[in-house]
Write a protein that binds this ligand. Structure first.
Ligand code: PBG
Length: 331
């Protein structure tokens, strides 16, 4: 609703834009480091940093360096990090058993980080794509991504992650019924306080390209993800996805990708009023960082503007690869 406004010249919108102090005073939304979740790619090795060609400025980090990154997050006031593994292709299988190996890379990283930097939240992705030789989020048979068989695998993966100390599980697989299935397994095994931030409205998007390079899933992926991720043309359907995940026991919900889907963020926040997050995904990062690197845009300003847009759209927080850079600037 637009409040009644007297006509010009009684109203001059520029009065409150005249100087920085008054612009600050009428500012509606704010961005702080407490709004950020920092996604970090982990790899095997020690003191290992592997640049990701399609994500300038982002590196995969071995566990020891990921601990340093977690310390940096704590220093910068970033409340939570999200870990994603680069899995050695030799351990990928059609049934993705590595996903529930208690000593897999992300589980080892989580244990190490939670013991070194307990004040920082750790979020882990629940989905089989880093471990699946088909590169899909679910179990594949004869080219079909199986729903109910995948749920069993996700349950095992979730339990292993909760046992490793993950504070938040982020099911990103888009199988039907996975939130209820995971919630039951967590409750039955004494993980009453493990949170679920569901990738509730996750679209089949080309914006994930660089991420798949980062986790080494691009080569493996056969076919697209359109039979489980959402059609970018749909918006009402996103509200049904969110409603289902909340009914099944999600504590928080996410819209993904971010910038092209701000309309969905706003509708989700207005409709449900629950903690709502957006993932500014790898392709969004790559566009901004790539253009900034070439001097085509002002990278710092665009970073701020793009993240503020999420707050304006109603998000409570943003998963963004810019997290450490922007938190440093805001300090
Ligand atoms: C995997 C997953 C993806 C992302 C997060 N978890 C990729 C995909 O679904 O293919 C994308 C993140 C990004 O692009 O930054 N389930």
């Amino acid at each position: 609703m637009i409040p009644t406004t007297a006509p010009f010249p009684s109203t001059r919108m520029r009065r409150t834009r005249r100087a920085p102090w008054i612009r600050d005073l009428v500012q509606e939304n704010t961005l702080t480091s407490a709004d950020l979740i920092w996604p970090i790619f982990v790899c095997d090795g020690e003191k290992a940093r592997q640049p990701i060609a399609s994500m300038p400025g982002v590196e995969r980090l071995s566990v020891d360096l990921a601990i340093d990154a977690a310390r940096e997050a704590a220093d910068l006031g970033i409340p939570c990090i999200a870990l994603f593994p680069y899995t050695d292709p030799s351990v990928k299988t059609p049934s993705a058993e590595e996903a529930w190996n208690p000593d897999n890379l992300v589980n080892r990283a989580t244990r190490a980080i939670k013991s070194a930097v307990p004040s920082v939240g750790v979020m882990l992705d629940v989905a089989l794509d880093p471990y699946n030789s088909d590169g899909h989020d679910g179990i594949v048979r004869d080219g079909i991504i199986l729903n109910d068989e995948t749920l069993e695998a996700l349950n095992k993966q979730s339990l292993a992650q909760a046992e490793a100390g993950a504070d938040i599980l982020g099911p990103s697989d888009m199988m039907d019924g996975r939130i209820a299935s995971i919630r039951v397994i967590l409750e039955e095994n004494g993980f009453q306080n493990t949170m679920i931030l569901s990738y509730a409205a996750k679209y089949a998007s080309a914006f994930y390209g660089p991420f798949r390079d980062a986790v080494g899933a691009s080569g493996a992926l056969k076919g697209g993800k359109k039979t489980y991720q959402m059609n970018p043309a749909n918006a009402d359907e996103a509200l049904r996805e969110v409603a289902l995940d909340l009914a099944e026991g999600a504590d928080m919900v996410m819209v993904k990708p971010g910038m092209p889907y701000l309309d969905i963020c706003r509708r989700v926040k207005d409709q449900f009023g629950v903690p709502t997050y957006a993932y500014q995904v790898s392709g969004e990062y790559a566009m901004i960082a790539g253009a900034a690197e070439r001097g085509w845009v002002d990278g710092e300003k665009i970073m701020f503007e793009s993240l503020m847009a999420f707050k304006r759209a109603g998000c409570d927080g943003i998963l963004t690869y810019f997290a450490p850079a922007i938190a440093r600037l805001m300090r």
